[in-house]
Design a protein around this ligand. Structure first.
Ligand code: IPM
Ligand code: MG
Length: 367
């Protein structure tokens, strides 16, 4: 049998730096656990625009469709702000999500004990926090038509459309219920059914799907109230399912509960392929952070934990994923901090590559 295949798309800004640390981890699994991956690498975002004049080349898109999993760093940067919308770096990422039909975006927000003091919330509010946001990723206002900026009378009008079909809601709801079954069996669905018809339909369909999962305790919340509850007492949640735009906002808010965006991974999953594995793309929740790019300051943990999610969700290697997560936990408990995690007096930051090396050393120690 051939090795599982991985396509690595480092992208822009800090993407290449954090991905270099992931490569160390991937190499470690090949050398020490006999888990070899066929790794190929390609361009996305601004890097692809610089090379090809487009943020994702068709050949790269085709490769992404063939591999077992895609691992992406980050896209975007100020240099590309002037570009037309259709070729902005972000369009490369959105094209991958859309054409691979990665409808279920899993964004865990987990607070590592060593970092509980680091959150802007009180430690007892966040200590031990472990929630999962399931964000719909291929529809809603990100993709709905009509869209654009049109002329109307003597002024311009900006238009975007929130649109969800029943089947789109149904499939992402099922993914969320399945996850809830493997966790604490609690699911909260968030929309704005008080003002949006798409929210009314969302609530109806999620409720209907819930009948297939009688063991899961289902609740509904308006997304604004959900945002408030996330800040007030986040531990009331286990799994949250929500649409594309609300999920974008709520997952950033949830990320900050844990202290740093630099810690959080994500998985974007689609329908199962012929080999039974879901189509999948893994990426850190953080962006390309152009202000610190190239300085060795970036935190590689989110990207490394994204690879852990790949081990779990694409390769059925849950034990190895746990090993990697525990290695990260150990390194943090031992006091290693990248610049984004500073705040404690008298602690010098470690560089991106020192953090990667420490995690590899902790993996060694796990054997
Ligand atoms: C995210 C990002 C993206 C999004 C951007 C980069 C297109 O904010 O993954 O959360 O809005 O979905
Ligand atoms: Mg976002």
């Amino acid at each position: 049998m051939s090795n599982p295949s991985l396509l690595i798309l480092p992208g822009d800004g800090i993407g290449p730096e954090v991905m270099a640390e992931v490569r160390k981890v991937i190499d470690w699994y090949g050398a020490k656990r006999d888990l070899a991956f066929d790794v190929s690498e390609d361009l996305v975002g601004g890097a692809a625009y610089d090379a090809h004049g487009m943020p994702l080349h068709d050949d790269t898109m085709a490769k992404a469709q063939e591999v077992d999993a895609v691992l992406l760093g980050a896209v975007g940067g100020p240099k590309y702000d002037v570009l037309d919308f259709s070729v902005k770096p972000e369009r490369g990422l959105l094209r991958l999500r859309k054409e691979m039909d990665l409808f279920a975006n899993l964004r865990p927000a987990q607070c590592f004990d060593a970092l509980a003091d680091f959150s802007s919330l009180k430690p007892d509010v966040v200590a031990g926090l472990d929630i999962m946001i399931v964000r719909e990723l291929t529809s809603g206002i990100y993709f709905g038509e009509p869209r654009g900026i049109i002329e109307e009378g003597n002024e311009r009008v900006g238009i975007n459309t929130q649109r969800y079909t029943e089947s789109e809601i149904d499939r992402v709801a099922r993914s969320a219920f399945e996850l809830a079954m493997k966790r604490d069996k609690k699911l909260c669905s968030m929309e704005k059914a008080n003002v949006m018809e798409s929210g009314v339909l969302w609530r109806e369909v999620v409720t209907e799907v819930g009948k297939d999962y009688p063991e899961v305790e289902l609740s509904h919340m308006y997304a604004d109230a959900g945002a408030m509850q996330l800040c007030r007492w986040p531990k009331q949640f286990d799994v949250i399912v929500t649409d594309n735009l609300f999920g974008d906002l709520l997952s950033d808010a949830a990320a900050m509960l844990t202290g740093s965006l630099g810690m959080l991974p994500s998985a974007s999953l689609g329908a199962p392929m012929a080999n039974g594995r879901p189509k999948a793309l893994y990426e850190p929740v953080h962006g390309s952070a152009p202000d610190i790019a190239g300085q060795g300051k970036a935190n590689p943990i989110a990207c490394i934990l994204s690879f852990a999610m790949a081990l779990r969700y694409s390769f059925d290697l849950g034990d190895e994923a746990t090993r990697l997560e525990q290695a990260v936990e150990k390194v943090l408990a031992d006091g290693a901090r990248t610049a984004d995690l500073l705040g404690e007096e008298g602690v010098d930051p470690v560089s991106t590559s020192q953090m990667g090396d420490a995690i590899v050393a902790a993996l060694d120690a796990s054997l």
